[in-house]
Ligand binder design. Structure first.
Ligand SMILES: Cc1cc2nc3c(=O)[nH]c(=O)nc-3n(C[C@H](O)[C@H](O)[C@H](O)COP(=O)(O)O)c2cc1C
Length: 372
């Protein structure tokens, strides 16, 4: 079973992860992992920290001569800002953050909570996710994303071809359209002037997933459920939808479901993809399309009302150096966690100890599908 665990705090010495369940024989592209980490750090509207450090991860186990061995893969990333023991304790919890609830639950100060609640931890999820993404690529499965909304700036054309998403990866805001990118930056500038923050929406797409990843039989393994969990577990993400998503509520069934066709060359196919590539908790062979909504960042230069936990008197919430809007980063993290979940479902279906074995299983299934 593919699984991982991360550890580390925002300003502690290291961040680390252990990825267990990767087969042997996968060529690992360390440069590719570094460049995804760099993508996670970019975007207009970030706080000062992103300019301070360039993440560089080390792979400390599970790889020999550039290929996975089948043993757990260890990732280690040294923080350049190691200040956890110098940073002040906070007493005025920030609304929308883990500060108050975490410090009550764990009977601790706010510092201990925010250091782990911080999205700094997602650098490990990007490292792990990128390796699983390299695994998926071996089987023709690719993951991409783009930002489709920042505050009131919305990408007009919601239907972007997968190939166009490469353009987004090259843009600072992970946008496919220059006009939309400029509008998004304007929105962030307005928020910045007001001492406020902004959220938005990102879209993740998966191309090339075969029919039948994820089961309809086990509630906890349904692919849409797992992907939703993975996306919602990203800090500040508050909603997720697949395909037409929430808009299906305003349509008749005949306008929502994707009709089935057959062609001797292509096999079964659809002409529409309103389901977003998943039916009954399983992939249906179409592109997977999901969107996540990120709330505005909760640390505000002009803070909201809170309570001083020492005096119990009303006071404004604490302020720490913070981002204003991080949609591009969030979409890169979403790509990574999506890749992990697709790889997990893929390994559950075609699993084996080595790439050779998995390739054989995959080819056998492809032949079976062609005959069905
Ligand atoms: C890439 C990324 C960067 C973030 N940066 C900040 C930040 O600088 N300041 C902040 O208050 N919250 C930031 N957040 C959001 C908080 O980590 C998050 O709101 C908090 O942990 C509470 O969790 P919840 O919003 O999921 O309930 C960021 C989130 C992401 C995904």
């Amino acid at each position: 079973m593919l699984q991982y665990i991360t550890c580390g705090e925002s300003h502690n010495k290291y961040l680390a992860a252990i990825l267990e369940g990767m087969p042997s024989g996968l060529r690992i592209d360390l440069e590719g992992i570094q460049s995804e980490l760099a993508r996670r750090q970019k975007g207009y509207g970030r706080g000062g920290r992103m300019k301070l450090e360039r993440d560089e991860v080390e792979v400390i186990s599970g790889v020999l001569n550039g290929r996975t061995t089948g043993a757990p893969v260890g990732f280690l990333l040294a923080n350049k800002e190691v200040r956890i023991h110098e940073l002040p304790e906070l007493f005025r919890p920030r609304p929308g953050h883990a500060d108050l609830d975490g410090s009550l639950k764990y009977d601790s100060g706010i510092r201990a909570i925010l250091e782990r609640a911080s999205a700094r931890e997602t650098s490990m999820r990007v490292a792990v996710g990128t390796l699983t993404r390299q695994f998926l690529k071996e089987f023709g499965i690719e993951v991409a994303s783009h930002v489709v909304q920042v505050g009131r700036a919305v990408l007009e054309d919601g239907k972007t071809a997968f190939a166009q998403l490469k353009k987004a990866a090259a843009s600072d805001m992970n946008c496919v359209s220059r006009d939309f990118e400029a509008a998004a930056v304007r929105e962030i500038e307005i928020a910045k002037k007001k001492g406020d923050t902004l959220g938005g929406v990102f879209e993740v797409r998966v191309q090339g997933a075969p029919v039948g990843l994820g089961p309809h039989v086990h509630h906890e393994r349904k692919l849409d459920g797992r992907l939703a969990q993975a996306i919602l577990s990203i800090q500040a993400v508050k909603g997720v939808e697949f395909g037409l998503g929430f808009a299906t509520a305003a349509h008749y069934g005949s306008e929502v479901h994707d009709e089935i066709f057959y062609d001797a060359k292509r096999g079964y196919f659809r002409r529409t993809n309103r389901a977003g590539g998943i039916e009954g908790g399983m992939t249906n062979g179409e592109e997977i399309v999901l969107r996540g909504v990120m709330k505005p960042i909760s640390t505000l230069i002009k803070p909201l009302r809170s309570v001083n936990m020492k005096t119990k008197k009303p006071e404004k919430a604490s302020y720490e150096r913070s981002d204003i809007s991080t949609l591009p980063a969030c979409s890169v993290i979403a790509e990574a966690v999506t890749a992990f979940e697709i790889a997990r479902a893929f390994l559950e279906k075609f699993g084996g100890d080595s790439m050779t074995e998995i390739r054989r299983n995959f080819e056998g299934y492809r032949k079976q599908i062609r005959r069905s």
